[in-house]
Design a protein around this ligand. Sequence first.
Ligand code: NDP
Length: 332
Amino acid sequence: SREWHLVARPHGVPRPEDFALREAAVEEPGPGRILVRNLHMSVDPYMRGRMNDVKSYVPPFRLDAPMDGGAVGRVVASSADGFAVGDHVLHQLGWREYATLDARHAVKVDPDAAPLPAYLGVLGMPGLTAYAGLLEVASFKEGDAVFVSGAAGAVGSQVGQIAKLKGASRVVGSAGSDEKVRVLTEEYGFDAAFNYKDGPVGEQLKKAAPDGIDVYFDNVGGEHLEAAISSLNVHGRIAVCGMISQYNATEPTPAPRNLALVIGKRLRIQGMLVSDHQALQPRFVEEVGGWIRSGELKYRETTAEGIEAAVDAFLGMLRGENTGKMIVNLGA
Ligand code: NDP
């Protein structure tokens, strides 16, 4: 079995040499454990943070040890009650072809209810992030005007569509290419979208939302956050989900220069972690699953093939090569 190790801690943008694909023995499952052939694995922005040796809400990856993250696979050997060979499971030992784990850390998934990669994206962690972030953290209500950055990505594309489905007065998204902007307005029903590389975000946002916004769902930070503070209406809310523009920063990043506007506008800025919102999972699966089946909520995935492509897929995702969730197919 092959698995990816982190072999050096990146400074700035990670380089392929910071990673190594290594052979490892497949471990037979002891009592209560299962052996899983991984079929699809996730590469996510938060993994960049785990490459730094700093205390955070998830522990850093260890050097010269397999990395981990979301994966779905097929049980090929089981010594655990309730798990049979042929079952499909979602678990956290990605970045490898075979995983042996305690069955308590695996959740069975149904390949007939949804395609397996969906459990890593639209019906998985990023989907719940969008749903909980918009509805709980940002306290979205009907009639709100919503701006979301990273809007063509896994989380962002769902935030915008859920806002529309829940009665937003206007939904604006930003993304890093003209093709992504086209997908947002022509396929996902955003009212307006812009390419943040085309010019100052503040000016582009004012044009796209001339009456201001009530909610900003932040995936990007930096210039986007400052622009949103300027465009937010009184009593506006910001859900701070991610700040991907800063994950590779090697120097402290500038604060929003207009933060004092928070006072007069009585803005609420709230950070979030999806792990705090597990209680919402059943409602999320029911509601979003229904919208997917009815075709009201659309999603895309960008896929890479084979374990050897996983690092390139991760680096490509940081560069914006994905539209929707970036998934690595592990074959078999
Ligand atoms: P995406 O599918 O959105 O992929 C990342 C995207 O970020 C890229 O496609 C790229 O798109 C964009 N990007 C990269 N660099 C920059 C930059 N400098 N400025 C603007 N955009 C950039 O990833 P996810 O949907 O999985 O995650 C989106 C955000 O949500 C991330 O910030 C992530 O950390 C956060 N997150 C937070 C969670 C939480 O619990 N708080 C849980 C899950 C995700 P483009 O072409 O548009 O530049």
